[in-house]
Design a protein around this ligand. Structure first.
Ligand SMILES: Nc1ncnc2c1ncn2[C@@H]1O[C@H](COP(=O)(O)OP(=O)(O)OP(=O)(O)O)[C@@H](O)[C@H]1O
Ligand code: NI
Length: 307
């Protein structure tokens, strides 16, 4: 059984347009992902593809003007708002994308200690700081005294000591030096190997490939493919969706061929398959309806032509 299961999640926002007119803008449509115990699932996709919103939906911290449909289950049971509130920070921990989530008025050592649920909080905080190479004096500092990298490591520490079963890490590594990135990723691996689960949201596909078990590829607010990590290989022939293949080939170490066109904006989505206007194998049929996510070769894909 999956520890976390997101089914057909859609999110829209009520927005005021000119004057007092309200418009409902759909930003996530029919998004599906599952996370298994012991697994690291990397979530990749262009800026604005809906990665952070997924994280916020799971944690139950979307803004008030968001409308949600679909279901999110944790440990086999639907995640209601009340359950989200009680699991947040205890069973499900978020490493937020922005370091601004640190409390500016609290010493960082205390912030990390507050996340410890069982055992000696001070010892746990010092141990994790040592592991992430934060010097002993750092615990007494305030967030404004930290470099960007130190602030990121503090956020990472908070999740690691929380004892959570699921860590959702939203871009945890930008600005960190390669040694610390490697260590942070190894921490996630260790965490997963102990039976927990990690959702690693990242732009850094290369790093993700070194530790993830599965990769979910997002495009314009939906999942287009979920593939085992080993499919990201060669010229991408094992990948299922034309966008995943294109993303893979666009990496500098591969052919470095950019994909023509750009991801559609939420208020201007094409009908049918969202990738069709840029897709090399699209047919008129692709424009009729958004394809369902379907099982294919030990993975999942949202494309009627994928084989
Ligand atoms: N509060 C909001 N109101 C309206 N639209 C929003 C709101 N929050 C996010 N969006 C829109 O939803 C889409 C998805 O945003 P999201 O932050 O999830 O992207 P992302 O994949 O995390 O991008 P990045 O890689 O830049 O962090 C974007 O088009 C964004 O503009
Ligand atoms: Ni984001």
């Amino acid at each position: 059984m999956s520890i976390l299961e997101v089914e057909n999640l859609s999110i829209s926002f009520n927005q005021y347009t000119d004057g007092l007119k309200q418009k409902n803008v759909n930003v996530i449509s029919s998004l599906n992902v599952t996370l298994e115990e012991g697994e690291i699932l990397a979530v990749v996709g262009a800026s604005g593809s809906g990665k952070s919103l997924l994280a916020h939906a799971i944690l139950g911290i979307l803004p008030n003007n968001a409308n949600i449909s679909g279901t999110i289950s944790y440990d086999g049971e639907i995640l209601t708002a009340a359950r989200q509130a009680s699991l947040r920070g205890t069973e499900i921990a978020l490493i937020p994308q922005s370091v601004n989530y640190l409390d500016p008025l609290m010493r960082v050592g205390n912030q990390v200690r507050n996340s410890v649920k069982v055992g000696d909080a001070v010892a746990a905080q010092r141990k994790v700081f040592e592991r992430l190479r934060l010097k002993s004096g750092v615990e007494n500092m305030y967030p404004f005294q930290l470099s960007g990298g130190m602030a990121r490591r503090t956020l990472l520490s908070t999740a690691i000591v929380s004892g959570a079963k699921v860590i959702i890490a939203d871009e945890p590594t930008p600005g960190l030096d390669p040694v610390v990135i490697k260590e942070a990723l190894e921490n996630f691996r260790e965490f997963a190997d102990n039976g927990c689960a990690v959702m690693l949201i990242t732009h850094d596909i290369e790093s993700a490939l070194t530790i993830a078990d599965k990769i979910a590829v997002f495009y314009a607010g939906t999942t287009v493919e979920i593939a085992p990590v080993e499919n990201f290989n060669g010229d991408g022939e094992a990948l299922r969706h034309p966008y995943s293949k294109a993303l893979w080939r666009a990496l500098p170490q591969n052919e470095f061929i950019p994909i023509p066109g750009s991801q559609p904006r939420p208020n201007n989505l094409p009908s049918g398959c969202l990738f069709a206007p840029r897709c090399p194998i699209a047919t008129p049929e692709c424009e009729l309806a958004q394809p369902e996510m379907r099982e294919l070769r030990n993975g999942r894909v949202r494309c009627i032509h994928a084989t």
